[in-house]
Design a protein around this ligand. Sequence first.
Ligand SMILES: Cc1ncc(COP(=O)(O)O)c(C=O)c1O
Length: 315
Amino acid sequence: MAPLPTVLPVLALGARPLLIDNQPGSLAMGAGALAAKIRPDTVAVISVPLCGYPADTYDAHLIEDTAQAHGIISAGKLAGTTGTAGCFSTHDRKLLATGEGGFILTNNPGLHKAVEAFTRHDHPRGNAAAVNFAGPPRADQAAGRVHGRARPCHRRQRRRHPMIRHFTATGIVLHRDTVLLIEHVKLGWWMPPGGHIDPDEDPVQAVLREVREETGLDCAIIAPDVFAHDAVQVLPAPFTILVEDVPEAGQTVQHIDCIYVLRPTSDPVALAAQAGEVQDPRWVPVSQVGELRTPPELPALIHAAAQSVNALTGA
Ligand SMILES: Cc1ncc(COP(=O)(O)O)c(C=O)c1O
């Protein structure tokens, strides 16, 4: 059983909803009826615990439509916490009401990021204000490559719409003759760890945090001392700053990416993959980076970074 508001978002996504009959004497989905309808291309099961009646849990990727089930506990678990996501409505006629509204519970970091981006016009950290003024992407942008580099800079400056720019930081972590790379699930690329600079962060804090979050490693920055003064704090300069065209939510945004070179300060062997967005951090010999699927400039960038470290340390 599913009310219309459960089915409409499925249709809006272009997916095909298959309705499952209730278990006799209950409002929960019948396990037999569900098993009979599951197909190889089924992407999710939505259970709808209605009117206080808990639904069973299922093995498939489960979304709980918990609009009508705030606070229900079944087998020691709160409704909305048993599957991949629990979707709550806080409409006026729901148990917990805010007039209009709702919230989603999930433990899945990739999904969390996607929901955050969707609900905040792709600016989950509020670090750019141009989202409402960017206009639709042009045909050449929409066709977009990931990290497009083909268009020369002077053409970029003549865009009709103001460019949305995000400030990001990336860490090239070098240890002996190897570099720390992770496989980015969404892009299918091996890349150095990195990500957006939060509003109250400087780029150094951001790169150290991103590397720690994505690989479990603590690091220090390797950079030459170019200037110091008692009157002011001086941050290490990035090794270089790349401008990367990145498709996000149907349009191209620019990542102004501060590239730092780092060395590990914690045990290089103790790596921890972050579930969801990235997986499998790995030390790759610098000479073998070109054999992996990477952004096109990455092998040359890592090579240049390794050479600069050798020059700095006299290695
Ligand atoms: C089971 C169920 N799912 C979803 C909704 C939709 O909630 P909203 O109106 O907040 O989008 C409702 C609202 O009645 C509902 O009962």
